[in-house]
Design a binder for this molecule. Structure first.
Ligand SMILES: CC(=O)N[C@H]1[C@@H](OP(=O)(O)OP(=O)(O)OC[C@H]2O[C@@H](n3ccc(=O)[nH]c3=O)[C@H](O)[C@@H]2O)O[C@H](CO)[C@@H](O)[C@@H]1O
Ligand SMILES: C=C(OP(=O)(O)O)C(=O)O
Length: 416
């Protein structure tokens, strides 16, 4: 298993090109199940999770061809089962359920199970599909779903915001018979990106970007070409890298509008963020102050930025409180940051961080994707050497980490 070794203490300076978003690419790839014609996605990052999704789609009979940064997907579907061996690697695999059911009127998809950050049930996905006429049984760890007469439009009011359930039902509704209304839908930029791709494929969707999506089902969808939006979480992560090292980074392709709450918190902490053509610049001018944040659905502060922001707060002047409201167990990075000299206490869903002057390098272990990068950030700022093991978590969602950071002055290498 690979590890990453970092010798900290170098301010990062230069340009980092932001890749296409993992969390947009995964649902977009499942749109390949909605038509036999070719769907081409450009600006795709080379990430382990996209490879896993490619493996899953191939298992359904879809051809998946990479050409540089483009992925071309083409039908027909020959198998409607999503097996445990692939689904267990990546929870986003559940996103094949809606498209398979809408297209083939049946699907058997392994239940994804929990993960390091929480139990993560899929009840909202299943209830929504049932409201659209699907019959669902749980059998041997699998969701057995069928809709012999096809899916029907329905009004679905989500009791709380779910990104994945909104995506699954948005795709299913695009091919259902009649009008579907999704209320209290997620408003993440990745949902709008998915809606724009579906519209390019011939779907009829209104309310894009709002919490009410109205979808008039069509008989069939056609091929299209769609550019995946830049990764707002990768952007926020490298913004924290500039801030924590006292550096100055231009984040190329980054979209400030997708990062409102993160940039507000960075500015409150004393970080200078300046919009420029085709991106923005993040620099630490003077101090770094502790600020409180609470994770919330978009447009609030994203849970996927919580661990990285905590690493930054670990070296801020004064105390801060970070409250996690989305996942019940997303503080696995705390003991590892504390091993590097941070002073963080967890009380229920909040962490109290007392900033320290300096972290010190240590061997630490990555527990999930964003927790991994919080340790990279801590390592970049720490005195001495940090070795992070289990970096396969990092490879799920960050492209070319060592190359991007080395080009800006970091001393970081992968050790096989
Ligand atoms: C591939 C992808 O895009 N992943 C993102 C997606 O995950 P994902 O789509 O899994 O996250 P959701 O928005 O669905 O989850 C939000 C909360 O709702 C709960 N829940 C969700 C569905 C359900 O049927 N029942 C239920 O109880 C979850 O356990 C969680 O506590 O959004 C999360 C929240 O922004 C991000 O952290 C993930 O990076
Ligand atoms: C939690 C994440 O991803 P996933 O939903 O795929 O586990 C993430 O991207 O931070």
């Amino acid at each position: 298993m690979d590890s990453i070794r970092i010798t900290g203490g170098v301010p990062l300076n230069g340009t980092i090109a932001i890749s296409g978003a993992k969390n947009a690419a995964l649902p977009l790839m499942t749109c390949g199940l909605l038509t036999d014609e070719t769907l081409t996605l450009t600006n795709a990052a080379r990430l382990a999770d996209l490879q896993t999704m490619a493996d899953l789609l191939r298992q359904h009979g879809i051809s998946v061809e990479w050409n540089g940064r483009s992925i071309s997907l083409g039908g027909p579907i020959t198998n409607t089962e999503a097996p445990y061996d692939i689904v267990r690697k990546m929870r986003a695999s559940i996103l094949v359920l809606g498209p398979l059911l809408a297209r083939c009127r049946e699907a058997r998809v392994s239940l994804p199970g929990g993960c390091a950050i929480g139990t993560r049930p899929v009840n909202l996905h299943l209830k929504g599909l049932e409201a659209m006429g699907a019959k669902i049984k749980l059998d041997g760890g699998y969701v057995d779903a069928s809709a012999p007469q096809g899916l029907k439009g329905a009004t679905i009011v989500f009791p709380f915001v779910s990104v994945g359930a909104t995506e699954n039902l948005l795709m299913a509704a695009s091919l259902a018979d009649g009008v579907t209304t999704l209320k209290n839908a997620a408003r993440e930029p990745e949902i709008s990106d998915l809606a724009h791709c579906l519209i390019a494929m011939g779907a009829k969707i209104e309310g894009v970007g709002t919490d009410t999506l109205v979808i008039e089902g069509v008989k069939s969808l056609h091929g299209a070409e769609h550019a995946i939006l830049p990764d707002r979480i990768e952007t926020g992560t490298y913004a924290c890298a500039a801030a924590i090292t006292g550096g100055n980074l231009f984040l190329e392709n980054a979209r400030a509008a997708d990062l409102g709450a993160v940039l507000t918190s960075l500015r409150e902490a004393g970080i200078v963020v300046t919009e420029e053509a085709n991106g923005f610049r993040v620099a630490r001018a003077n101090g770094l102050h502790g600020v409180d944040v609470m994770t919330e659905p978009f447009p609030g502060f994203p849970t996927d930025m919580q661990a990285q922001f905590m690493a930054l707060m670990a070296v801020a002047d004064g105390a801060s409180m970070i409250t996690e409201t989305i996942f019940e167990n997303r503080f696995m990075h705390v003991p590892e940051l504390n091993r590097m000299g941070a002073k963080i206490n967890v009380h229920g869903s909040s962490a109290i961080i007392r900033g320290v002057k300096q972290l010190s390098g240590a061997p630490v272990m990555a527990t999930d994707l964003r927790a991994s990068f919080s340790l990279v950030l801590a390592g970049l700022a720490a005195q001495g050497e940090t070795t992070i093991s289990r970096v396969y978590h990092l490879d799920r969602g960050y492209e070319a980490v060592e190359q991007k950071l080395t080009a800006c002055g970091a001393r970081i290498e992968r050790v096989a």
